[in-house]
Design a protein around this ligand. Structure first.
Ligand code: ADP
Length: 262
């Protein structure tokens, strides 16, 4: 299974991705984490990205696309992945389509976490306050000014992806303001529904205005490769809430649920 989690900063993408990793044995690719690892390691990409990230702007598309392309080609990506923080612009989404086609892969779903912006600001500000109180290190872009810029970047550059994926018939929206386990259940239901929809043969030829079907072929589950907890495989701060839902029955996907590895 390959999916995208879409939503503004603080919408809970990281939390839900952790749940999906545990539930379906997917690997999480977080471009934010990959870029932070590059900054820490002082690589060329890291030096390019550092200031841009600190001021809450977006790193150039070609830089991010190249790190994702490299990551998708690695063996552990074969069992399926969650893209968290990518794509963030329409050109990145188009590059992803081309990249997946080259690898003979397709997306199963794009999950939009719908949130209220005012509540989001309160949520992130309280997360910052809690982390500060616990003496945990904050990210350089975890401050109210930069947060507003990150939200503006989302509205201007990332929100158009909602229409993009709706046009492609991939978009599933869930209520990101619900309690964490409920959001997790909504996502599982959306994934089950997407799996059913994708398996149905087209009833008749598509009219020109109909949404395009997903590109490439379906997921191959059951790869034996293992996640190694590398950069881009999201490790959230200890204070971050975790998904608690443990569904009883298996998903429609062929991927088997696995134990959480961290
Ligand atoms: P958030 O918590 O705001 O969702 P992330 O951890 O995903 O943030 O990303 C942090 C920063 O890394 C972004 O503000 C941006 O500067 C950069 N970044 C991450 N992913 C991308 C991307 N796909 N395109 C451009 N910049 C990105």
């Amino acid at each position: 299974m390959r999916l995208i989690l879409l939503g503004p900063p603080g919408a809970g993408k990281g939390t839900q991705a952790q749940h999906l990793v545990a539930r379906y044995g997917l690997v999480q690719f977080s471009t934010g984490d990959m870029l932070r690892a590059a900054v820490k390691a002082g690589t060329v990409i890291g030096r390019q990205a550092q200031d841009i990230m600190a001021r809450g702007a977006l790193v150039p598309d070609d830089v991010v696309v190249s790190i994702v392309e490299q990551r998708i080609g690695e063996p552990d990506a074969r069992k399926g992945f969650i893209l968290d923080g990518f794509p963030r612009t329409v050109p990145q989404a188009e590059a992803l389509d081309r990249m997946l086609r080259r690898h003979g892969l397709a997306l199963d779903a794009v999950i939009e976490l719908k949130v209220d912006e005012a509540a989001l600001i309160r949520r992130i500000e309280s997360r910052i306050a809690e982390m500060t109180a616990r003496g945990e290190a904050l990210r350089p872009d975890d401050n109210p000014d930069v947060l507003h810029r990150r939200l503006a970047a989302y509205r201007e550059q990332t929100a158009p992806l909602i229409a993009y994926y709706r046009r492609h018939g991939m978009l599933r929206s869930v209520d990101g303001m619900a309690p964490i386990p409920k959001v997790a259940r909504q996502i599982e239901a959306a994934l089950a529904d997407a799996a059913t929809t994708l398996k149905e043969p087209p009833a008749s030829p598509r009219p020109a205005s109909a949404p395009k079907p997903p590109i490439g072929k379906k997921s191959k589950a059951g790869s034996k490769s293992r996640s190694k907890g590398r950069a881009g495989t999201r490790a959230r701060p200890a204070g971050k809430a975790k998904a608690q839902a443990k569904p009883k029955s298996g998903p429609k996907s062929k991927a088997r649920p696995r134990k959480r590895r961290r």
